[in-house]
Structure formats: C-alpha cells, structure tokens
Design a protein around this ligand. Structure first.
Ligand SMILES: *Cc1c(COP(=O)(O)O)cnc(C)c1O
Length: 404
C-alpha cells in the first residue's frame, strides 16, 4: 500500500478506482501484507516452531481465514459461530483452540464432536460441564486451563485481560486445585496451560513477567503439560512514529523459558496478523463549516468502524489523491451516525478537501469489520481482497432490503 503517482494504491490498484467501481464505503485488504505479516511472525519464532492459531475475532471473513490457513495457521475461536467459520474455511480441527469465559453446553458439544485440539477452560464450573458432556459421549476431551497471571499488560484498560480484576481465567490457587481435579477425572485430559494478558501490547516486559509467573506455577506442580498457550496481544504501530512489539526480545524470553521446560508453544495472534492489511475507503458527503474547524462528514461511521468511538483509537487518515494544497482550518473527520462519539480524528494542516473526495482510514484489518454493526439501520460495507494485483470480492455489500 503506497502512493503511486499521487494515488493511494493497494497492490497497484488505486483506491479512487475501487471507489468508482464498487461505491463506498469499502473494506479493502492486501494479500501481500497478510503474507508478509505471517512470514515475519513465523520467522521471528522459528526456533521453537510454535502452533500459530489466528484469533478469528480480529477478522472473521471466511475467505481471509482460508488464505491464512493456506499460509499454515490454525485458529483461536471464542464462539460456535467462529468455530463454524474456521471449519468452513478448511482449518484442521487439530489446529483449533477454543477460548472464552462463557462457553455454553451446545458450544462445548460441538467442539467435542469436531475433535478440536483444545478447549481452554476458564472456570471450575466450565470444566465440570466439559467433563459431564464428555462422559455422556464416552469420550476423553483435551483441555487447557486459562491462568490469570495477574500481569498488567500496560495497555488500554478496555483491552487488558490478565489482571486479577479481569473476568478471564483463574488465579494461581484455583489453577493448582483444578490440576488436581483434572487428574482425578476419567473424561478430561489436561494438556495445556493458557494465558492471554491483553491486546495491543507494545512493550515486551509484561510478556516476560507473564512467563515468570507461568514458570513459578509449573515449578509448584508436577503436572506434565504438553502445550503452553501464550495467547496473542502483540501490538502494531497505528501512528507513523510509534513502535511495535519487539518480537526478538519476546522470542529470546520464550527460548529461555523453554530451556527448563519442554513444551509446544501455541500463539493466538489476531491484530498483528491482519491489522495493517486493511483500509476503509470512504467518500466525503458534506463539509460543514463550524467556526475555526470544518467537519468532514464521511459516508462511513462508527457502525462500520467502532475502534475510535469504543477505545479512543487513533487511525491514520489519508487522501486518496494527493495534492499540495494544505487547509488552513482544522478538520474533524466524523461519520453520519447520530452519536457524538461517531468521530474518527481531528487533524490540523491536512490536505485541502472537497465534497465527494475519497479518503482512506488506515490499519482497519483487525477489529474493523468484525466489530461492525447495523446501527442506524445501515448496511455493512463490501469487503474486497487484492491478491496478486487482482480484485476479489470476499464479501458482498449488505443490501438494505435484507435489513428491513
Ligand atoms: C482477543 C484474543 C486474542 C487475540 O488478541 P490480539 O490482540 O488480536 O492478538 C487471542 N486470544 C484470546 C483468548 C483472545 O481473547
């Protein structure tokens, strides 16, 4: 993704052209970026060859999942719907792990029938439910237990999951009690210790802390785990000058951890696999003067892309066609939704814009389409993937008539 002759282009195809062809808004992904991210992830941790389970919730488009699967990844799912999508995309059930604090009996039954790799349980009562279902099916089910390592991921509070006040996982004391409980069960086989401390983590130190907590617990028990599932959460740079998580430092820490312990490592990355693969292409409907600033009113809003409204996330905004004229007024990019939080960014010295101009919201590949809604009875955008410079429609634009 870059400017070619002043036109913002995805694998050589200009956003302006896509807008003309398909209308706006459009979620547009680059296969090249996707492959680069996966290659980079794999090579960063290649010495211990982890099982990499893509967190489907970051982007549940079946075509994308199919490509991600072909590039060698499994899936981390948090609902029956996600499990069904992963299986539809051809992900081998032996590469699927199932996380979440509220798995229903139906979901657990489905996971057992599909013979997925692991159900990562998050409470004693969930384990009892899994055991009961396994018994009725006369099966032995492989499970993991999610530990809450009480580690501050130093990320946004809304996306922190590994502190003791968060609802996820069990504390150390319960964890040890549950190992004992599992040992005495004929229908569950405890194979995995799992953790996931949060999302958009940019500093490797919380991960080192987390590894230390795991190491300490492993020393306290003599249970033989086959897998350690370290979750996801690896952060990406959303601003030009912001850093990204240092994979190398994390890799060194894991290698050290594996010296005393022989485990297969599982990762559950979402954002760092798909985050920078997608852009949201939108058209300016109106420009409204308001004193010292101008509202740039787009045809996309928080219904299509809620991260700014939900997490105060700041996403880069670019013009589809570059000119050299700079606006004297501050621009506030907003959507058409009837909510004051329906706002993307406030920018000074942006290129001068006109109504009907096309603009690009960057890095929306993760938690973009997956968090979209039909709020205000608006149809969801079309999704397209540019692969080898060819346009593939991977999801049609929703039709209003289907919503009404
Ligand atoms: C959300 C989630 C992930 C993925 O997180 P990213 O920040 O997108 O990498 C992984 N594992 C679990 C259990 C999750 O809930």
């Amino acid at each position: 993704m870059k400017y070619i002759k002043k036109k913002f282009s995805i694998e050589g195809i200009s956003a302006q052209k896509l807008a003309k062809k398909f209308g706006t808004p459009i979620y547009c992904y680059s296969y090249k970026r996707l492959k680069e991210n996966i290659d980079n992830f794999k090579s960063s941790f290649k010495s211990f060859a982890p099982l990499i389970c893509f967190a489907i919730k970051a982007n549940p488009n079946v075509s994308l999942i199919r490509d991600i699967k072909k590039l060698g990844l499994g899936a981390d799912v948090v609902s029956m719907g996600e499990m069904m999508k992963a299986i539809k995309a051809g992900v081998n059930p032996k590469k699927i792990v199932f996380s979440g604090v509220g798995k229903t009996e139906n979901e657990i039954k489905y996971a057992i029938d599909k013979k997925i790799l692991l159900i990562n349980a998050e409470s004693k009562n969930e384990i009892i439910t899994i055991e009961k279902i396994a018994k009725s099916k006369k099966k032995i089910v492989n499970i993991g237990i999610r530990l809450n390592p009480n580690t501050d991921a130093k990320t946004l509070n809304q996306i922190s999951t590994g502190k003791k006040e968060n609802k996820f996982g069990v504390n150390e004391k319960t964890f040890i009690e549950l190992i004992r409980y599992s040992k005495n069960s004929n229908n569950i086989n405890l194979k995995c210790l799992s953790v996931h401390i949060g999302s958009q983590i940019l500093n490797y130190r919380p991960y080192i802390k987390m590894l230390r907590v795991i190491d300490k617990i492993l020393k306290k028990t003599n249970h033989k785990f086959e897998f350690i599932d370290l979750g996801g959460g690896m952060g990406i740079p959303y601003k030009d000058n912001s850093k990204k998580l240092n994979f190398n430092k994390y890799n060194i820490a894991i290698k050290k951890f594996l010296k005393n312990n022989k485990f297969k490592i599982i990762f559950e990355p979402g954002r760092c696999i798909v985050g920078n693969t997608g852009v949201l292409i939108s058209k300016i409907i109106y420009i409204k003067e308001a004193g010292k600033k101008k509202f740039i009113i787009l045809d996309t809003g928080m219904n299509d892309f809620i991260r700014p409204a939900l997490y105060n996330a700041n996403h880069k905004i670019l013009p589809a066609i570059k000119t050299n004229r700079i606006s004297k007024k501050t621009y506030e990019f907003v959507g058409p939704i009837c909510e004051s939080t329906d706002k993307f960014s406030t920018l000074k010295k942006f290129q001068k814009l006109n109504e009907k101009d096309i603009i690009i919201i960057c890095d929306v590949g993760a938690y973009g389409m997956s968090l979209s809604s039909n709020y205000n009875v608006r149809a969801k955008p079309i999704e397209i993937l540019i692969k080898n410079s060819k346009i593939n429609i991977i999801k049609k634009r929703q039709k209003l008539k289907d919503l009404i």
